[in-house]
Design a protein around this ligand. Structure first.
Ligand SMILES: NC(=O)c1ccc[n+]([C@@H]2O[C@H](COP(=O)([O-])OP(=O)(O)OC[C@H]3O[C@@H](n4cnc5c(N)ncnc54)[C@H](O)[C@@H]3O)[C@@H](O)[C@H]2O)c1
Length: 312
């Protein structure tokens, strides 16, 4: 199978590229910057570096028409609530206009399937501790609004042009290559380095954290399903953990860890308060394509520590 991955050089794109190539598929790696991937697969003919910008329609159309992939996994975006606040115009340009370019290029090339990596941020404040895909979409930050807009536009491309656009709403994915200073990565890195870290707030905020390997396996299961009965799936661990619980787990795994968290809601970069969160119900992904995450929060933290110590 020949798959084009936008944002292949990023955190999730890299994990997907590695899995696809390991099982014998070819990857057209589209990104403005491929970083470590380019060197990692320099000798592998199944890896095709394709530098380009999704906001440039000519770049995207050329890639799609030249390589004619059977599917696209669309990861390229300006990512995260915090980064979207400082640059909402850029977020809309890259996330919405860039996604439109991808869908439009697919229409031109006749590419049948798009897997868009969406986000739980499309839901806005969770109305319950566990929510499924029927929960109302009420995003309040530019990042979530951009992702919800892409979901709606995906439906238009499906209805008008027959492209099968599937949205995977994932939660907070973590792994050693996460490029953002975010929980639980910052806590784990501090504990491993033996330095104290005290977060001013967020003790009771419960968030569904997904370990990178589970995300990547689930996304490929969705990619492999011949026909999808739904166009949107939650893809996460299916369980939430509070920061207090996470710190407790890290202390068990690294007894000398000097970590603490203050009360109140979690704030991005200590500034913007996160909306009410919880767990994503993953029953639909489980029943439809057999998604079965292997890492609960403790196992994910453990795997992170092992991976970090193996490759500091
Ligand atoms: N990591 C998470 O926790 C998480 C959670 C929910 C959803 N997502 C979604 O998953 C996708 C991947 O996220 P990530 O964590 O790998 O982010 P990342 O920042 O590591 O990767 C994004 C990649 O997109 C590329 N990119 C940015 N603008 C581009 C442009 N104009 N043209 C081409 N490439 C461009 C970047 O160079 C980068 O390699 C994003 O769509 C994100 O919204 C991520």
């Amino acid at each position: 199978m020949k798959v084009l991955i936008t944002g292949a050089g990023g955190f999730l794109g890299r994990a997907l590229t590695r899995l696809l190539i390991a099982r014998g598929d070819a990857v057209i790696a589209f990104d403005t910057a491929l970083g470590v991937l380019a060197a990692e697969f320099a000798e592998d003919e199944r890896f095709v570096p394709c530098p380009g910008d999704i906001t440039d329609m000519a770049n995207v159309a050329q890639a799609m028409l030249t390589y004619r992939p059977v599917a696209v996994i669309h990861c390229a975006a300006i990512v995260g609530v915090a980064s979207s606040l400082g640059s909402p115009t850029l977020v809309m340009r890259v996330n919405v206009e860039g996604s439109l370019n991808v869908m439009e290029a697919m229409r031109l090339a006749g590419t049948p399937r798009l897997l868009h990596i969406s986000s739980e941020e499309v839901y806005g404040p969770f109305l319950a501790d566990v929510i499924d895909e029927t929960h109302p979409l009420d995003p309040i930050m530019p990042y979530g609004i951009s992702k919800a807009a892409v979901e709606r536009l995906g439906r238009t491309y499906r209805a008008l042009h027959g492209i099968e656009v599937i949205h995977l709403r994932t939660s907070w994915v973590f792994g050693t290559e996460l490029p953002r200073n975010r929980i639980p990565k910052n806590l784990l890195d501090a504990a491993i380095a033996g330095v104290p870290l005290h977060l001013s707030c967020g003790a009771q905020t419960a968030i569904d954290h997904t370990y990178i390997d589970d995300f990547a396996c689930g996304a490929l299961q969705a990619l492999d399903l011949p026909r999808h009965p739904y166009d949107v799936y939650n893809l996460s661990s299916g369980r939430s953990a509070t920061l207090t619980e996470i710190i407790g787990h890290i202390r068990e795994l690294i007894p000398q860890a000097d970590l603490s968290v203050g009360p109140g809601a979690y704030r991005f970069n200590d500034q913007v308060e996160a909306v009410r969160k919880g767990a994503l119900d993953i029953g639909r992904a489980r029943e439809t394509f057999g998604f079965n995450p292997a890492f609960d929060i403790r196992a994910g933290l453990h795997a992170y520590i092992d991976a970090k110590r193996a490759r500091p």
